[in-house]
Design a protein around this ligand. Structure first.
Ligand SMILES: [Zn+2]
Length: 144
């Protein structure tokens, strides 16, 4: 489960907003304010997965209605090389929840073959104990 908003420091929330300013991430937040309200950690993956996330939002909008307040996105992150999109859709009908789950499974498969850095075709790489999906040009991860 995601950490409730009140446990995140206001300074960290400000940093996330600063980092997102002027990027596709900020645009998604403006388009889907209800869905991204609880996305306090920001979009935790590289720009190579940008179109995957943008298309997931667009397809979820088709399934449940754009920015339907009955749904919240809690986290979107790369974790051991996999694409994770955590939502609370418990207030939605079962048929919509099933469609959402199917769409997120599809996104996970797609991300598994897409370089997280640049979006070109890639594969799961283990580099110094870190797993990530990369094309040949981005196999070696820059440790930050
Ligand atoms: Zn790449």
């Amino acid at each position: 489960m995601a950490t409730p908003l009140d446990e995140i420091s206001p300074q960290y929330l400000t940093e996330v907003r600063e980092r997102e300013r002027g990027t596709w991430r900020e645009k998604l937040r403006k388009r889907y304010p209800n869905w991204t309200k609880q996305l306090q950690w920001g979009f935790e993956h590289g720009d190579g997965w940008r179109t995957i996330t943008e298309r997931v939002f667009a397809d979820l909008a088709t399934i449940v209605g754009t920015d339907n307040p009955e749904m919240e996105v809690h986290q979107i992150k790369a974790k051991v090389g996999t694409y994770n999109f955590y939502i609370d859709a418990s207030h939605l009908p079962a048929v919509q929840r099933a469609a959402i789950e199917a769409r997120l499974t599809e996104a996970n498969s797609e991300a598994g073959a897409t370089c997280e850095t640049c979006g070109r075709p890639g594969q799961l790489i283990r580099d110094r104990g870190w797993y990530h999906v990369a094309c040949p040009a981005h196999e070696v991860r820059d440790i930050q």
